[in-house]
Write a protein that binds this ligand. Structure first.
Ligand code: ZN
Length: 172
């Protein structure tokens, strides 16, 4: 089932999400719906709060251009960033309206511990684009959006655009 995606400035996106206690049938169904929603929106990653569930679950398919699909699920992910800081160019987000994009500093590698959707432990190092996507998604679990990482000036310009867009939407 394709779920509705929560959009900024919805306060749901500011919540710190709770860990998943048990990977139940309901959680597995949510994960399947999250994948369907992400693919339908042509996204490369999606966090549970983006579909209104304040739980620590991330799905992603961090592929670029013609590379084969590489779907991943991380339940209760914990990240240890490493490597150097790199510029994630033109980052965007399914929850950030007006197709806004900006360059964001991320780490080049992350060591992640988590569970997969079958409850198996994950402990591995990701690097490059998958590492960047996972940092973006885990930020969501902590109520952080990529626009929280940009300069105050850029952010206020963006916020005024969103305000205008929302007021036009309300009167339409
Ligand atoms: Zn996002």
């Amino acid at each position: 089932m394709i779920l509705d995606i929560v959009s900024y400035p919805d306060p749901l996106l500011k919540l710190a999400c709770s860990p998943v206690d048990e990977i139940s049938e309901e959680i597995r169904a949510l994960v399947a719906d999250m994948f369907e929603t992400m693919y339908a929106s042509l996204g490369v990653g999606l966090a549970a709060p983006q579909v209104g569930c304040p739980l620590r679950i991330v799905v992603m398919n961090p592929v670029q251009k013609d590379s084969p699909p590489a779907p991943r699920v991380f339940v209760n992910p914990v990240l240890e960033p490493g490597g150097e800081q790199i510029l994630s160019e033109q980052e965007g987000c399914l929850s950030v309206p007006l197709n806004y994009r900006a360059d964001v500093l991320r780490y080049s590698t992350v060591f992640v511990t988590a569970r997969d959707v079958d409850g198996n432990g994950i402990a591995e190092t990701l690097s490059g684009f998958p590492a960047v996507v996972l940092q973006h998604e885990v930020d969501h679990l902590n109520g952080v959006l990529f626009i929280d990482h940009i300069s105050h000036l850029r952010r206020s310009l963006y916020d005024s655009k969103v305000k205008k867009w929302l007021s036009r939407k309300d009167t339409a």
